[in-house]
Design a protein around this ligand. Structure first.
Ligand SMILES: [Mg+2]
Ligand SMILES: [Zn+2]
Length: 177
């Protein structure tokens, strides 16, 4: 029997679902609970955007590089506490690369590994899918997977090109439909 492939929207975490901490013009995740509270937090409309994407018939999948436990910049416990702050957002699946640069894994963006793995697991049509991210690595990962990229605009990514650009998550449903 022919099973119709699903479409998906992949979400980067920091700079999309959570506000990135910007240091010297470069975005990064919060390195502690205190920093999450002071400089990061949830992006406005994060939950609503994921709910709306699912209502439109897409799978909503988090695909995030999180090497900072590996690099010793954050404890496992504080990292988990921060990750738990998005627990109520109804992602269909969550893929996280915990590797560092030296690990030469297949999942760390700009490699497309997390998208390819999700596509296999969920029977996703990658050419009809999107990745929302805030860095060039996100755009490249989307391109390598054969998906379309949506850049979440920020001061630090003004020079990054992408298939689409949005300045707030409430614009996402209109971009993908
Ligand atoms: Mg990011
Ligand atoms: Zn990895």
């Amino acid at each position: 029997m022919f099973v119709k492939k699903k479409r998906a929207v992949f979400f980067d975490r920091d700079g999309v679902i959570l506000k990135a901490v910007v240091e010297d013009g470069t975005p990064r995740p919060p390195y502690s609970i205190a920093e999450y509270r002071e400089k990061s937090g949830r992006m406005p409309s994060a939950r609503e955007a994921v709910e709306e994407v699912r209502r439109l018939g897409f799978l909503a999948i988090l695909a995030s590089n999180q090497p900072d436990i590996r690099y010793g910049k954050i404890s496992k416990e504080e990292w988990q506490w921060i990750q738990d702050q998005i627990k109520d957002i109804p992602f269909d699946d969550i893929f996280i690369c915990f590797h560092g640069r030296e690990d030469i894994c297949e999942c760390k963006k700009p490699k497309p590994g997390m998208l390819l793995e999700a596509a296999k697991k969920w029977n996703i049509a990658l050419p009809e899918s999107f990745l929302v991210g805030d860095t060039a690595d996100d755009v490249i990962a989307a391109a390598r997977a054969g998906s379309r990229s949506i850049l979440f605009r920020a001061e630090y990514n003004a020079s990054v090109g992408a298939d689409y650009k949005i300045s707030e998550l409430s614009k996402l449903p209109g971009t993908i439909s």
